[in-house]
Design a protein around this ligand. Structure first.
Ligand code: SF4
Length: 332
């Protein structure tokens, strides 16, 4: 059953220098209890998409079109008050650096209690406190009764991220948006936090939208992967196929840039060139200046998403009409 359905989401920011299209006709569908990872470099539009779902983007210089249907209600049509009611209850978000999201002036316990007291009418402070301590236990915080009274600065980065997860999940959220949740953490703590999120989502109906620049994180967590480049989806696929057989030249580049564990020292391949200027996007394919397969038509025509077998989609003329181009794939 579909929980979140985004159709043709387009987000434009207006500035004195011009208009930037941060997200360009993005569509996705997230089932109840399943997970999608959105991967891309800075400026690819992945975080802006998550802020739009949370209803945190509206201002005079932002233009949003398309639809974001959550449980069949278009979030883009809701009032600020209606969005506040959904935020923190049905849809929650955790960010890369919890220190910027946690209130340094309030104890961690108070911050976990807050969404309970706002969203669950009739719950007493004592009951909310008990639930908050249970949540601290659930996310693996040692001595939860004592930690309940501590402030964010008294905790390590990994503990603070656990507190953020506790706040996000305390009202049995239906959709968890995790924006680079482990990027600021040590590798061992990263693994612990990913395990924790995996365990918490298993057996529950919660869906996860994971935003990351790290394909490895998405491989651990998500059933489906969306790769974004300059605001556009360039590849959409069940996770296992992307790692076995990436289609888009950009996805291949991202995967070639991941170090592999082997006994031989290996040279990593960077993706040549730079992301084009957002105020001066080229005609045609946005990836053309970095693509070793670029053809004449890539300069003049904008590639649509071509449907492939196994429910995959790819925005590249190499896959136009003929399905998979095995020769091209065989060279990589
Ligand atoms: Fe490369 Fe052309 Fe495909 Fe763009 S459409 S990724 S330039 S081959």
């Amino acid at each position: 059953m579909t929980l979140l359905k985004i159709e043709d989401l387009t987000i434009k920011f207006k500035s004195r220098k011009g208009v930037v299209t941060a997200v360009d006709k993005l569509s996705l569908e997230l089932e109840k209890g399943s997970s999608i990872g959105i991967v891309g470099e800075s400026g690819s539009g992945k975080s802006v998409t998550s802020l739009a779902i949370m209803g945190l983007l509206q201002d005079g210089n932002t233009e949003i079109s398309g639809s974001i249907n959550f449980e069949d209600v278009d979030l883009l049509t809701l009032t600020a008050e209606e969005k506040r009611k959904i935020r923190g209850k049905s849809v929650s978000m955790i960010f890369q650096e919890p220190m910027t999201s946690l209130n340094p002036l309030h104890t961690c316990g108070k911050q976990i209690m807050e969404p309970i007291l706002i969203h669950q009418k009739g719950v007493s402070k004592q009951e909310a406190k008990k639930t908050a301590i249970d949540m601290l236990k659930m996310v693996g915080i040692p001595s939860p009764e004592q930690r309940f009274h501590e402030y964010p600065h008294q905790m390590s980065g990994g503990m603070r991220q656990r507190i953020m997860i506790a706040i996000a999940l305390v009202c049995n959220t239906k959709l968890l948006i995790a924006d680079e949740p482990t990027t600021a953490l040590d590798v061992t703590i990263q693994a612990q936090i990913l395990d924790l999120m995996n365990n918490l989502s298993k057996g529950s109906e919660m869906s996860i939208l994971m935003i990351s620049h790290d394909l490895g994180v998405v491989k651990e967590m998500c059933e489906e992967v969306i790769v974004m480049y300059t605001g556009q989806i360039v590849e959409k696929s069940p996770t296992k196929f992307v790692f076995e057989d990436p289609l888009h030249p950009y996805t291949k580049g991202l995967l070639n840039a991941i170090p592999k564990i082997s006994s031989e020292v290996e040279r990593l391949e960077a993706i040549e060139g730079n992301v084009p200027d957002a105020l001066n996007m080229p005609n045609g394919c946005h990836f053309q200046s970095r693509c070793k397969y670029a053809m004449d038509r890539c300069e003049h025509e904008t590639p649509p998403l071509f449907k492939q077998k196994d429910g995959r989609e790819v925005r590249c003329f190499l896959y136009d009409g003929v399905g998979r181009d095995e020769d091209i794939n065989a060279t990589n």
